[in-house]
Design a protein around this ligand. Sequence first.
Ligand code: NAD
Length: 359
Amino acid sequence: MYKIAVLPGDGIGAEIVPEAVKALKAIASRFGHEFQFTEALVGGAAYDVKGHPLPDETLELCQQSDAVLLGAIGGPKWDNLPVELRPEVGALLPLRKELALFANLRPCMLFPGLLHASTLKEEVITGVDFLVIRELTGGLYFGEKSREKTADGGQKATDMLTYSTYEIERIVRFAYQAAQKRRKKLCSVDKANVIETSRLWRETVTDLSKEYPDVETTHMYVDNCSMQLIRNPRQFDVIVTENTFGDILTDEASMLTGSIGMLPSASIGGEVGLYEPSHGSAPDIAGQKKANPLATILSAAMMLRFSFDLEEEARVIEQAVTEVLEAGYRTPDLMEEGKKLLNTVQMGDMVADKILGLR
Ligand code: NAD
């Protein structure tokens, strides 16, 4: 039996997570597994009820589970809370830290049915298949933050950017191992021409590359990488980078796949993995059944693969998504002329039925 903590969170989180649970239940039924789902509050929803975006019982549930399925957190309602109580800072960052989730994996793969959904030309995106590995528990987002008044009556704000050799080696080794299982190409992204942590990053990667002679190592500045991602994305196999750069580059990469609603993610490193879509709580479409649940469903597939070692089951989910898209079904974010429009629940039902072989 696998214990899964289910944290829908805010905004569209409450709409997309049940669809991923549906897919997991279909897998359980088809393969005879037992998944035990326990739901808990997180983010603004938790703040409203418990006064904190990450209540102790939610953290304890996650620590005692085999994996965590998260929707998304945050929204305008909670934007003006003191910074430590804001959903992203008060829940997401401590959750990553407490569960020791230092590696965030975001596969960027174009589903054949979505060739026309991207804003980029077909010849640029055909065959795109790469994996971004983002360092998740260090760097700017976790560095010390401060504000002070300046003599001219203004203010000075500081965010510390720190990386140690240990933190860099840990994520880069992980990326090399991932590259060894793929096309054996690793591109390390930094800003070593300007930033000191990036210089340490590059030196560390260069040292480690000697231990992985079977993998071709390249280095790229982050500004160039943001350009290369839309110029020639097929050149990439595995990209490894620090926290902030990875956050920004993966949102950009999501556009190659047609919609941010298609990009899953896995955060791993400790004993319990956390699986969530790469997007946020999308307050602009929340409550309207317009959200695309596929990124969350594909995150559930990553849970099967990375936390439970159920590779075949993971592939069954991915295949179901492929077939649903090839059959022309779309949520509004991917809608084009001639396709069949589904709402969030209908899309979840369609994928679950495919998993069960009912369609
Ligand atoms: P967002 O990802 O929520 O939305 C960006 C755009 O993409 C919006 O137009 C939205 O409608 C669309 N979109 C996102 N997911 C979609 C889906 N599944 N289907 C269809 N369209 C989708 O980013 P944002 O607007 O910058 O942030 C909204 C809130 O989410 C903020 O409070 C932010 O802090 C939070 N956020 C949370 C996480 C997280 O929980 N991991 C990540 C990013 C942002």
